[in-house]
Design a protein around this ligand. Structure first.
Ligand code: FAD
Length: 375
């Protein structure tokens, strides 16, 4: 047949998470011939998690912390479909969308983040704002602040969950309130725990900063319920709050729970060192929704970002029928937590820890540099 080249293959990317924005960026920089790319995403803009607390604290405008997926898709020649994947039919090699459409694929990649698990805290679903998935957080935040804007707005916030996200949020919310009113405000961090990612030096600096900023800490006393007036603790105590944010455990989205794909013991998609599903070579997964079973790492944007370029190369190789690259994620990473007062606390591994204005400048520079790629 005249002009008949190799058959066009279809790469289907589901979710506009941190790894997929780097995949799109890689295909924009180096297009692949005879390849059709489709991105299915619930939202046209995806927030960059590193700058999200800074936005709540007032350091960044909303457009500064979002990656424009429409623009990125255009640049990489991908078709963007604003929809939600609800079922992964891997046997028929197609993904079913909420709209009723079904999209076939040759190679599928999933990067859809995680869903909050509020089941252990009674009343949280009704009375608190879950901070994950991060794509939905800002919408909920706007509603929360607007709904209670009367009489000066919420003055007492409680953040439930003492992991990295909870700590970042407590600092951010405190800065938000201090910028909003000169009157006394109250921020509480409930259920603070010794997160293994945070080394002892950082932990000491975080504790000092929380005290300096007047943020109350309820350590080792987890939240058992949220009611309209605040948070009830396991000890029987009650933390009064006008607004409650929950940054505790999160689980896989329902579409993943129902997929006939290998999972780890927490239900996340089990992938090998090539980021391929353990039981389906045509399916890749990255970011929080995936678990690298041979090299487990915390659920953090930084690991999703690191997976992006490897994922791009392996998707390309899989589509070309070439051998794939094995990836071992680094054991630790530079962690920087903004305290919302022009300073940040940083650390790496077990022993390095530092704090100050320079740390905030470094964080700001690194985050802005990352975002410039997508400008
Ligand atoms: C307040 C806060 C601060 C944080 N700060 C940091 C930090 O400083 N550093 C760090 O490393 N990590 C941080 N994290 C963690 C970080 O947010 C996550 O690890 C990161 O977002 C995971 O990225 P991801 O690629 O897995 O997916 P996500 O960034 O969650 O993106 C998933 C995307 O998929 C889309 N999507 C979801 N479901 C579907 C579907 N069914 N169909 C189609 N599209 C779908 C969503 O709209 C979204 O665009 C923070 C988290 C929080 C809550």
């Amino acid at each position: 047949m005249p002009g008949a080249g190799p058959p066009q293959k279809h790469l289907l990317l589901v979710g506009g998470g941190h790894a997929h924005v780097l995949v799109l960026d890689a295909f924009a920089r180096k297009p692949e011939p005879d390849l059709e790319i489709t991105l299915v995403t619930k939202a046209g803009l995806t927030p960059y998690s590193g700058m999200l607390p800074g936005h709540l604290a007032g350091a960044y405008r909303r457009e500064e912390i979002h990656i424009d997926l429409e623009r990125l898709a255009r640049r990489s020649g991908a078709r963007l479909i604003r929809d939600e994947a609800v079922r992964f039919d891997t046997r028929a090699r197609r993904v079913c969308l909420r709209s009723g459409r079904a999209l076939p694929y040759d190679v599928l990649s999933i990067d859809i983040g995680i869903t909050p698990d509020l089941s252990e805290i009674a009343g949280a679903a009704e009375h608190a704002l879950a901070v994950k998935p991060i794509g939905d957080l800002l919408e909920g935040w706007d509603r929360l602040v607007a709904d209670r804007a009367g009489a000066g707005g919420p003055r007492r916030f409680a953040v439930v969950g003492g992991g990295v996200a909870g700590i970042c949020l407590a600092f951010a919310v405190s800065a938000f309130l201090r910028a909003r009113t000169a009157e006394p405000v109250q921020v509480a961090l409930v259920g603070a725990s010794a997160s293994p990612e945070i080394n002892a030096g950082m932990r000491r600096r975080i504790a000092k900063a929380l005290t300096r900023l007047g943020i109350g800490v309820h350590e080792g006393d987890p939240a058992v319920a949220v009611d309209p007036g605040g948070v009830r603790l396991a000890s029987g105590g009650h933390v009064p709050a006008d607004a409650v944010l929950v940054a505790t455990r999160a689980g896989p989205p329902p579409s993943i729970r129902d997929a006939a794909l290998a999972k780890d013991r927490d239900g996340f998609l089990a992938v090998g060192p090539t980021l391929q599903s353990l039981d389906d070579e045509a399916v890749f997964a990255a970011g929080d929704c995936a678990a690298m079973v041979a090299h487990p790492r915390p659920k953090a944007g930084v690991f999703a970002v690191r997976q992006g370029p490897v994922l791009a190369r392996n998707l390309r190789r899989a589509l070309r029928g070439e051998a794939l690259e094995a990836y071992v994620p680094q054991r630790d990473h530079l962690m920087l937590i903004a305290t919302g007062d022009g300073r940040a606390i940083g650390g790496r591994g077990r022993f390095i820890a530092f704090e100050g204005r320079l740390a905030w400048r470094l964080k700001d520079w690194l985050d802005r540099r990352f975002m410039r790629r997508f400008a």
